[in-house]
Write a protein that binds this ligand. Structure first.
Ligand SMILES: [Ca+2]
Length: 110
């Protein structure tokens, strides 16, 4: 898995398991469980680039929906309500997607 180098597999499974139930996902809780805010900016950027599957420079809604599957292939997709809440938490300029500065602010706030 792409993240194995700097994220502990046990932290990834804890984070995934904590939001198994639909509508239980919280980006801040997820990032906190991963310990992502303690990683270096370049490591956090690697995670951002992985989530930005089409390399557009933004994490769009379809990519947010598949967010968990980047960490664990068998994970569920996020519900429409969770995608919306993710944007409320992270999309500071209201353009409907999450850019690098917004992602890094969200991670450092978790
Ligand atoms: Ca994108």
């Amino acid at each position: 898995m792409a993240f194995t180098g700097f994220l502990a597999a046990s932290d990834i499974s804890s984070a995934i398991n904590a939001c198994k139930a639909k509508d239980s996902f919280s980006p801040k809780t997820f990032f906190a469980t991963l310990g992502l805010s303690k990683k270096t900016p370049s490591e956090i950027e690697k995670v951002f680039k992985m989530l930005d599957q089409d390399q557009s420079g933004f994490i769009e809604q379809d990519e947010l929906q598949l967010f968990l599957q980047n960490f664990s292939k068998g994970a569920r997709t996020l519900t429409a309500a969770e995608v919306k809440a993710f944007l409320v938490a992270g999309d500071m300029d209201g353009d409907g997607k999450i850019g690098w500065d917004e992602f890094s602010a969200l991670v450092n706030d978790s």
